[in-house]
Design a protein around this ligand. Structure first.
Ligand SMILES: *Cc1c(COP(=O)(O)O)cnc(C)c1O
Length: 432
């Protein structure tokens, strides 16, 4: 399978190179050259297919012959070894729970798939050691650390802002050891991100180490998110409306890709917090990035969503075509809090702040269009990850899942550095 750069449609790469590089040399996002619909038989058999079979059939064309069937299936089966239930919340509205993975957020799927692919290529092609360098404001770091743990030939370096991630998130980053190093930066998330960006541009470092990133621009993190939509569809009878709490728009873009492969979907709703760049674009047709604003659904505090160009590409850059299948809404923290409270009181269902925004988007779309289609919002994180906000609204303890209980007893291991780039540089050049 060939991928082209969205900055230059004449620049091609194979899957391996797209995964190892992340971005094209011209800084464009990679996009598949051809998208082939899945056969009608796939959709007829869908309710009977295993998740592994669904994953394999849907992603196979994007990997091509670069990973043999047996190895690709091994990677997918590790990626999907937990549940993705569609849980009814109220009449006409269900939650697709994506938080049953090891770090309790949907990013586990993308991170594990990418780790599997990178591990495979590192061994097969003798790439030597690869360093995955990421800055995290919370969820990404945990999922990446967990996904890459013990993958041979890959070292992971995660920068996180000291005192700015939740206790649970910090434990997820700092207790694994092995090939995972957590750098605790005396600064804020923007400092971490700036340091990482500078490292990618620093030739003293890139000649010393092979660096790659693990954010959702990487095709191996983006594409496996299609699996959720097929796995949801196998559990329901009718064509659904999907509402997706969106930040960088990788997840919803993968849903649109699943539809491109033939999955019947009535409509897609992008649900945003006050970071509403895409909502404005849908109204005006003009894309104007903004600085991000901090909210309680902080994984969606993005003012310039990196995957939106892929969505435009899927619709041939036609604003009207996009509008037919896709809507976007924006909600305040106050709306979000009220929803967490009310849905718990009325339906006894605990939403996290991101899922609550998804629920709101779905509700608004169904109301506005008087649609009869079953509505599914994606619940992207377990409420325990946002304990303070959620417990404040529901006035009850959130049950802590068994899988994370032991984390609280483990010892944190991090390397403290300042927010000066030279500190990171010394570490990456092994000068410590
Ligand atoms: C990352 C994240 C999102 C946003 O997903 P995108 O693919 O960036 O749109 C939503 N909810 C949670 C909990 C997340 O961690």
């Amino acid at each position: 399978m060939r991928y082209f750069s969205l900055n230059n449609h004449q620049h091609f790469s194979n899957f391996e190179n797209a995964v190892v590089r992340g971005l094209a040399p011209d800084k464009g996002l990679y996009f598949p050259e051809k998208i082939e619909k899945l056969p009608a038989s796939f959709f007829e058999e869908l309710p009977k297919l295993t998740n592994l079979e669904i994953g394999y059939q849907s992603i196979r064309q994007f990997v091509g012959d670069e990973i043999p069937e047996e190895d690709l299936k091994k990677i997918i089966s590790k990626t999907l070894d937990f549940e993705f239930p569609v849980v009814p919340v109220e009449n006409g509205i269900s939650s697709l729970e994506l938080f049953h993975g090891p770090t309790l957020a949907f990013k586990d799927v993308g991170a594990r798939f990418m780790a599997g692919c990178l591990g495979y290529f590192s061994q097969k092609s003798n790439l030597g050691n690869i360093t995955v360098l990421v800055a995290t404001s919370g969820d990404t770091g945990g999922a990446v650390a967990n996904g890459f743990l013990g993958v041979e030939g890959v070292e992971v370096v995660i920068l996180y802002p000291k005192g700015k991630v939740s206790d649970l998130q910090e434990k997820q980053l700092t207790t694994l050891g092995q090939n995972i190093t957590a750098l605790e930066v005396d600064g804020v998330f923007d400092d971490c991100q700036a340091m990482v960006k500078q490292a990618f541009l620093d030739e003293t470092i890139t000649t010393h180490r092979k660096l790659t990133s693990a954010n959702s621009i990487n095709v191996a993190r983006w594409l496996p998110q299609m699996f959720y939509y097929f796995i949801a569809a196998k559990q329901i009878q009718e064509k659904p409306v999907f509402a997706v709490p969106s930040g960088n728009f990788g997840n919803i873009c993968a849903g649109l890709m699943a539809r491109e492969l033939g999955l019947p979907v009535a409509h897609f709703v992008a649900a945003n917090n006050v970071n509403n760049t895409v909502v404005d674009f849908m109204d005006s047709g003009k894309y104007q990035p903004k600085p991000s604003t901090a909210t309680i659904s902080n994984a969606m505090d993005v003012g310039d969503p990196s995957n939106f160009v892929r969505i435009l590409q899927l619709f041939g850059n036609e604003h009207q075509a996009l509008k037919k299948d896709f809507s976007a809404y924006s909600f305040s923290d106050e709306d979000t809090r009220k929803t967490i409270r009310e849905v718990f009181q009325k339906e006894n269902y605990i939403l996290d702040p991101h899922g609550a925004v998804g629920y709101l988007g779905l509700q608004q779309y169904l109301k506005e269009t008087a649609s009869e289609a079953p509505g599914i919002f994606l619940e992207t994180a377990h409420p325990v990850k946002f304990l303070d906000t959620v417990e404040e609204e529901i006035q009850t303890k959130v049950p802590v899942p068994e899988s994370v209980r032991s984390l609280f007893d483990k010892k944190k291991k991090s390397l403290q550095i300042s927010s000066k780039y030279e500190d990171l540089k010394r570490f990456l050049l092994d000068e410590n």
